[in-house]
Design a protein around this ligand. Sequence first.
Ligand code: G6P
Length: 366
Amino acid sequence: GAAELGPYRHYMQKEIFEQPRVIGDTLEGVTGIMPELFGDGAYNVFKQIDRVLILACGTSYYSGLTAKYWIESVAKIPVNVEIASEYRYRDSVPHPNTLVVTISQSGETADTLAALKHARSLGMEHTLTICNVATSAMVRECKLAYITRAGVEVGVASTKAFTTQLAALFLLTLSLAQVNGRLTDEEEEQHLKAMRHLPVAISAVLALEPQIIAWSEDFARKENALFLGRGMHYPIALEGALKLKEISYIHAEAYPAGELKHGPLALVTEEMPVVTIAPNDALIEKLKSNMQEVRARGGQLYVFADVDSRITSGEGVHVIRLPEHYGLLSPILHVVSLQLLAYHSALARGTDVDKPRNLAKSVTVE
Ligand code: G6P
């Protein structure tokens, strides 16, 4: 009801602003990295596996895609991420030493549950879930679990469930790295420190809301938008595009920026806003040349940079700067700005933000 909304107009907005707190809650009590964060017996499981298979749908699938970048780079374990409804029906090659990870806000998504059962029927017994509902079917069905503490999420478009999943998946990355001999005590301490700082860092992104509102007025008049990211920010571009289409009904697509010239560049005109996620990482110079390709066709760039990105506003280039560069955890900050952009664009278009047409919060039938 209205009382629960407090100062917010929609649950989605409230849930976006709850993220500093629920990320803190999700990491509460984590004083060190250890497999047992995921349940008794996790050490033995992590010791036996030599690959990871992530199964999920929707927004949860995108947190899985982000985790692939983390796990392969930090823990050095190969990862496959599959859309549950595809995996359950395709002929795949099973491998018994696989850690099967399902990701689900509700823990009741029919395709994800069926994909888990399918994996098990193929002889893969090491199962772990990242889930927001402790009493759900998914948690009952998996041997290991990490329960995110996003709290009840009402808005159909997932926000706080996604960022808490990412926090849990980063813990999984570090735990796998540790068992795999890839995490020194010093690195562990640095990562824990960065994680503890997340609530403050996210609050600083939320404070950019007025600048994002100014952009959303342009977006509300568009029918198409392109989102670009590279590396671990490519899944964040996908999630940003999903948020925008779900609630504002603006057609949005996301591409890894290096793929621009293989198709989407044909769509770029003066009418096309191109949202670019531009943290100051190893790919920034490559990304800048992708941005020039867009500008050369008249495309309007809306760039989420960070303090050190060295990208300046100018003709057709709008820049919002995130207050800090956050290394491996940067996807968790960048997605918050995209959630706000989608929310305010939808608000400006007058859509039913919390209950977008044709969509359900939880898809419990196929
Ligand atoms: C629906 C929701 C999405 C969600 C997806 C997967 O499509 O609208 O927000 O990401 O289901 O749900 P799950 O509960 O498994 O994360």
